[in-house]
Design a protein around this ligand. Structure first.
Ligand SMILES: [Fe+2]
Ligand SMILES: [Fe+2]
Length: 172
């Protein structure tokens, strides 16, 4: 059974950001299913790495979109992303040193709570700035295809490509 599920109440008003959230949830479920099926540490480590890479990719896209929409709390939101990234990278390092499945179990509990809370509160807070906003759509599209889209995705590569400078018009 899936550990996490995306629902319409989680929609942040921009289709690519929603697609990223769905992809992250899929990866969390994949990690959970592999753990339940007794997969070896190499397989679990691989899914864990994909999850970290895709999360980094998504955070970057989301941050570019928030900046383009002049979302006033973007800085605090970025710090929240950075704290989360540091935390899961630390767990990844610990797992690399000692492949204890209890670490993955603890990680999954943390991910499940953190993600739904983050999407429903922090991400949802930018929705009024992002929804129906041409700049949000454009910056999100230019950032690159994600896992949910048809074009072949390489999140690690895409995350390192700087988003072209697109200047939104000044609001009165
Ligand atoms: Fe976020
Ligand atoms: Fe997000």
């Amino acid at each position: 059974m899936a550990l996490c599920q995306w629902s319409e109440s989680m929609s942040v008003g921009e289709s690519r950001l929603d697609a990223d959230h769905k992809a992250i949830i899929r990866l969390i479920n994949q990690l959970h299913d592999n753990l339940e099926a007794g997969a070896d540490s190499a397989t679990l480590g691989e899914v864990f790495d994909s999850l970290i890479n895709y999360t980094r990719f998504h955070f970057k896209r989301e941050e570019k979109v928030m900046q383009a929409c002049r979302y006033p709390d973007a800085k605090a939101h970025e710090e929240e992303h950075a704290g989360f990234t540091r935390h899961i990278e630390e767990i990844r390092d610990r797992y690399a040193r000692n492949a204890d499945s209890a670490l993955i179990r603890g990680l999954l509990d943390y991910l499940k709570d953190w993600l739904s809370h983050h999407i429903l509160t922090q991400d949802m807070a930018y929705k009024p700035y992002v929804e129906h906003n041409w700049w949000a759509r454009e910056v999100s599209r230019v950032f690159g295809p994600g896992l949910a889209e048809e074009a072949p995705a390489d999140p690690a590569r895409n995350a390192s490509i700087p988003c072209p400078e697109i200047k939104p018009p000044l609001r009165n």
